[in-house]
Design a protein around this ligand. Sequence first.
Ligand code: C2E
Ligand code: MG
Ligand code: MG
Length: 575
Amino acid sequence: MSPDLQPAALSGREAAPPFPTRLAATPRDLLPPYLDAVRQGLLMIDGSGTVVAANAPAQALLAAMTVTLRPNAPAPPLLRVLRAEAGPARRALLLALRRSLGQRQPAVFEFRREDHTVQAELRPVAGDRWVVTLEDVSTRKAIEARADAMARLDPLTGLPNRLLLRERLAEALARLRRNGEACALLLVDLDRFKPVNDTLGHPVGDALLEKVADRLRSTVRPTDTVARIGGDEFVILQAGIRDAAGTQALARRIVDLIGRTYMVEGHLLTIGASVGVALAPEDGTDADRLLKNADLALYRAKLDGRGTYRFFEPEMDARMQARRKLELDMRQALARREFQLHYQPQLQLESGRLIGCEALIRWKHPERGLVSPLDFIPLAEEIGLIVPIGEWVVRQACRDAMTWPAAMSVAVNVSPAQFKNDRLVETIISALATSGLPARRLEVEITEGVLLQENERTLQTLHRLRELGVRVSMDDFGTGYSSLSYLRSFPFDKIKIDRSFVKDLAGKPDGEAIIRAIAGLGKSLGMTTVAEGVETAEQMQRIRLEGCTDVQGYLISRPVPAEELARVFAGYPQA
Ligand code: C2E
Ligand code: MG
Ligand code: MG
């Protein structure tokens, strides 16, 4: 064992005797000349570290690195090159090399000189000798480095991707720890991007995303990072911030900038941005926490109507946990039979008779008591649980309606998410069949949210329902953006005028005019019109005068459990 390989050397004696120590006098003798034709550099060294032989490429490689490979050269090629290396990697390399030589184990290592990277592979061979192969891997390294860089960029926009964002965030957080440099994370989610992509096609969607990327890039400082981490999700890492004011200004700028119109392939497009902001160190000092908190803030921004920004607040976390608890509870509620249907009757004004009831779901939560659908239906829609819940509603409603007078129909509310599911029509057919309820006694209430999505398929489903004999109502009419145009797209049986217009009746002439107009529209289209939320006799009187055909509301009855319906029915003449 050479002194160089002693434990003392391992503990860091830098001036250890070099290895290999010299080149034999006639090195070429031992290597056949044809080995000069090999691409790799080949060296043969003996146990003392003396270079016994070297082929031409080895000499060329080491020569290129200004290491002369002369017989009896005072300085060893490999170690000298290694010693010339800078940085902490060198020590590790040296140690590995010595250990491997000491144990006569094969070793592979790399060293860099100027812009060359050389890979050396040492293998023990017979007679206490070593074969060393040398290879210039600079080109391969460069390709790898480029691939590495590419793997950190989003191919569409050229922006850093999630991987690079993570690295930059780690660097920023390291600076925070080192010298207290604060930073901010802004999560940007595009609003209404999906409909653009779905209706105008991916090329337009892609072009739009590129423009969004340009706008984002244009509004940050060079030290900030703009990354794209998902389809329509971007992140901005704002480095070295002094206070939240600059971050707030940036968030506001983003919302404004993204919300301006775009011209893409001849289409004038408008989308929006919701932004969630988390600050380091206030909202967290590790990457996961910051991303999570920015996400919570983003969620809040979306709940608050989108097109806005929100800074993280600790209570958001608490609210999210409550939501998660609700989600867990809801997943078990069906099996535990915690859902109930309440029914609210509808009165036909002309005959003074009850013509049907709307089924309204209630959740009898073991701890919270009765939970309003407004508090759990949106979550059920979001997590897809609305499909099994909705199926239960239809089946239960059909079963209950079978116990009512034969002229009474039952209306169920069907969410947009249920229309996305192919099973809806089958479910309804099966619910009718198992209950024995004639299809004409079942009514489906949809809101314009249903028609907003995948119009073709939705309309097909609606037509199939109509062919079965099921009636279709437009719920909450007048609250959407283009209720009128939806009336043209499908021959609804019934229009349900939203409660807000009925509330506006009190002394407001425009409320009256709107109800009159809708009633007239319904009449000429052959649809019945129901006013929702009628609470007073005066409202009912007005509504009658304006030409609505039916009313529903507390004045007739609040929604009641199925068992109490008979009592409500008894107060009205039967058909
Ligand atoms: P909706 O379909 O418009 O139902 C009418 C809502 O107005 C019901 O609220 C009803 O209790 C309430 N209401 C009825 N008359 C009056 C009145 O005179 N005054 C006032 N202030 N309110 C009145 P509810 O039961 O809380 O349901 C809210 C919404 O939840 C429903 O609005 C519907 O969109 C949804 N929903 C209820 N049950 C289901 C269901 O089984 N499936 C789905 N997908 N959604 C449901
Ligand atoms: Mg309804
Ligand atoms: Mg309604």
